[in-house]
Design a protein around this ligand. Structure first.
Ligand SMILES: Cc1cc2nc3c(=O)[nH]c(=O)nc-3n(C[C@H](O)[C@H](O)[C@H](O)COP(=O)(O)OP(=O)(O)OC[C@H]3O[C@@H](n4cnc5c(N)ncnc54)[C@H](O)[C@@H]3O)c2cc1C
Length: 379
């Protein structure tokens, strides 16, 4: 195996697997370097399900990126002959006149996305098993659904390999350097050389970004599977993905995927970690007591005990926007990550954008929100 490439992608998770594919397809000689095996459960891209949607209360400028992500998901599905996105619909509910309510209205007004706006009574007529707080506004998003994050990573990796990419798994980058002649990536076993380097190291990118002056937080989040009775009410044919924001916190969940349990998690909360290597795997009462309260308030006696869990790393910038840009010290290195708990659905388009940055072409989509200068103090 030659150790000189056009591009090395370090971190073959959600973003890196997509970048690897797009770079290989564009004709670059590319090598992916991953410290574990692609599809592993120690980073941010695992746990059977992730929400995929177009309507965004955070900022309407995410929507054009999602339009493109949907196109790329359809291409990936056609190429792999698998269903990666399950378009079961999505309801989101939040307090009337909250930032959520205003953000959703702004998003729908800006992009004319199909949706329905419901009162709590109207929502109850559609989904009688959901008990929502009376002061909620409810939206139904027919474009919403879910995707399996591990399957996305593996699909991107398989396509990348078909396009000629190389992959080194179970091998960790120890350090990198850039000079006028190129970049060097050192692992415990070898030194790799390339013209350009893409760093998609997820939660492990924090020291790199902190050094540049970006304020970051790392949280350990827990996804919990609950046993439910009347499982027929939670089947994907009749139960949408749900995002419910109320005064007890922000929560989300999925229809049953195994015919026995329902996976939910809390967007709010989580435990701050110092390092991405600090996970311990155990489920603590403090991990799920607020979530269990939410589940019982929302679904009452239908909800049984938590029966399984998976921890996961969430990496936050201060304003929850992503970072995707050239390294300020060298045009040879691209940085992409801190996806603040909502990046999975953008991975297909982020890989394409990274490929455009590597090629030196101006990204067709507006990524100005995600440029490093948005996160650095004015000098
Ligand atoms: C519980 C939870 C729920 C979420 N829900 C949603 C959701 O519903 N919808 C949504 O859109 N988003 C969601 N997100 C966010 C989304 O999953 C993440 O933004 C996205 O998966 C991050 O991908 P990534 O490539 O940045 O990180 P990762 O997938 O973790 O990839 C980083 C990779 O880099 C590797 N790596 C790190 N350092 C090195 C090194 N030195 N050498 C070699 N390899 C290295 C890691 O092993 C890892 O594989 C959720 C996240 C969590 C944790």
């Amino acid at each position: 195996m030659s150790n000189h490439y056009d591009v090395i992608v370090v971190g073959v998770g959600g973003m890196g697997s997509s970048a690897l594919f797009h770079l290989a397809r564009a004709g670059f000689r590319v090598c992916g370097l991953e410290q574990f095996k692609p599809g592993h459960d120690r980073g941010s891209t695992h746990g059977d399900s992730r929400i995929v949607r177009k309507a965004y209360f955070l900022d309407p400028s995410y929507v054009p990126l999602m339009h493109r992500s949907y196109e790329l998901i359809a291409e990936l599905e056609a190429r792999r002959k698998v269903t990666l996105f399950h378009n079961v619909g999505l309801i989101s509910a939040g307090v009337i006149d909250s930032p959520f309510h205003r953000g959703m209205e702004k998003c729908f007004a800006t992009h004319q996305l199909p949706h329905e706006r419901w009162t709590v009574d109207e929502a109850r007529r559609h989904y009688p098993h959901f008990r929502l707080p009376e002061d909620s506004i409810v939206y139904y998003d027919p474009a919403g659904g879910h995707g399996n994050p591990e399957a996305f990573v593996l699909a991107h990796v398989e396509c990348a390999l078909e396009e000629g990419a190389q992959l080194l798994s179970d091998e960790r980058m120890v350090s990198w350097s850039a000079s006028a002649g190129g970049v060097e990536v050192r692992t415990g076993r070898r030194t790799l050389h390339a013209d350009k380097l893409v760093l998609t190291t997820g939660a492990w990118i924090i020291p790199e970004l902190t050094q540049l002056g970006v304020k970051m937080t790392l949280k350990r989040k827990v996804q919990v599977w609950y046993e439910v009775t009347k499982i027929e009410l939670f089947r994907p044919e009749v139960c949408p993905v749900f995002i419910l924001k109320n005064r007890g916190g922000d929560f989300y969940g999925f229809p049953t995927l195994d015919g026995r349990t329902v996976k939910t998690a809390e967007t709010s909360g989580g435990t701050e970690l110092v390092s991405a290597d600090d996970q311990h795997g155990r489920l603590l009462l403090s991990d799920h007591e607020n979530l269990t309260r939410f589940m019982r308030n929302t679904f009452g006696e239908l909800v049984g005990a938590p029966v399984a869990h998976k921890e996961c790393l969430q990496t936050f910038t201060e304003n929850q926007n992503f970072i995707i840009d050239q390294h300020p010290a060298t045009a040879r290195v691209m940085l992409c990550s801190p996806c603040s708990g909502h990046g999975f659905k953008f991975a297909p388009v982020m890989g394409e954008v990274l490929c455009q940055l590597v090629a030196g072409t101006r990204p067709e989509l507006d990524i100005s929100l995600f440029r490093l200068n948005q996160f650095l103090p004015l000098s």
